[in-house]
Design a protein around this ligand. Structure first.
Ligand code: HEC
Ligand code: HEC
Length: 162
């Protein structure tokens, strides 16, 4: 094979490799055409975004549709801001970030996401309404049946002289 044909082949091959690499990179990103992100980093990888969403859902003990609305086609429209809960979640994220910045010396990771000590689960503990603690009848008659029962007597003190 003449030398310039060899070079042409090599150039062709590397063009194919480059092209397919670029196409697969595009495929990674195109489920995120117009993200409607106002508090999370806009360049957040899809995997990390999904993890954050799972964390929020778990922290509040809810499903995705607690914050996300369905579109007219009946499918989840994650970019939509139709549900007030979604915006509340943004406020909560900003609140937690502020507390962490001010009182936990705001450590941030390489994406600019706050990794402070206050998280959704710190308050929410698996409920959208943190002050409704499961098993506690807050605000009810503490002396009524089932509530405010006397604590069991303390165990007898161990015999002295051990
Ligand atoms: C507590 C509320 C809440 C829950 C629960 C929640 N999300 Fe989100 N989600 C948000 C908020 C707020 C944003 C926008 C963040 C921003 O503005 O930076 C968002 C953004 C998203 C986006 C990006 C949408 C876009 O703009 O392109 C996707 C995708 C998404 N959520 C998926 C999920 C999935 C899947 C679940 C369930 C596992 C879930 N979310 C649960 C509040 C929530
Ligand atoms: C410092 C405590 C605290 C932290 C941290 C916190 N929240 Fe909240 N959140 C609350 C309280 C209190 C309410 C009001 C609950 C109620 O109305 O009963 C609330 C309400 C909400 C609501 C509205 C619930 C509804 O029924 O409409 C959403 C959504 C929410 N929080 C999401 C989040 C997310 C997401 C995070 C983490 C990014 C977070 N919260 C972190 C205390 C907190």
């Amino acid at each position: 094979m003449p030398i310039n044909k060899k070079i042409a082949t090599i150039i062709c091959l590397s063009a194919v490799v480059t092209f397919s690499a670029l196409t697969s990179m595009r495929a990674d990103h195109d489920d995120h055409d117009k993200p409607n992100l106002k508090v999370l980093p806009k360049n957040i990888p899809h995997k990390v975004l999904h993890q954050v969403m799972e964390d929020w859902a778990t922290a509040l003990g809810v499903h995705c549709n607690f914050c996300h609305a369905k579109g007219d086609d009946g499918k989840m429209d994650f970019a939509s801001d139709a549900k007030p809960e979604k915006n509340m979640a943004r406020n909560m994220y900003k609140m937690a970030a502020k507390i962490n910045n001010k009182y936990f010396e705001g450590k941030k990771d390489s994406l600019g996401m706050v990794i402070g000590e206050i998280k959704c689960i710190t308050c929410h503990h698996g409920s959208p309404h943190p002050d409704e603690v499961k098993g506690m009848d807050m605000g009810h008659d503490m002396h009524g049946p089932g509530n405010g029962q006397q604590a069991p007597p303390p165990p007898p003190a161990p015999p002295a002289g051990n």
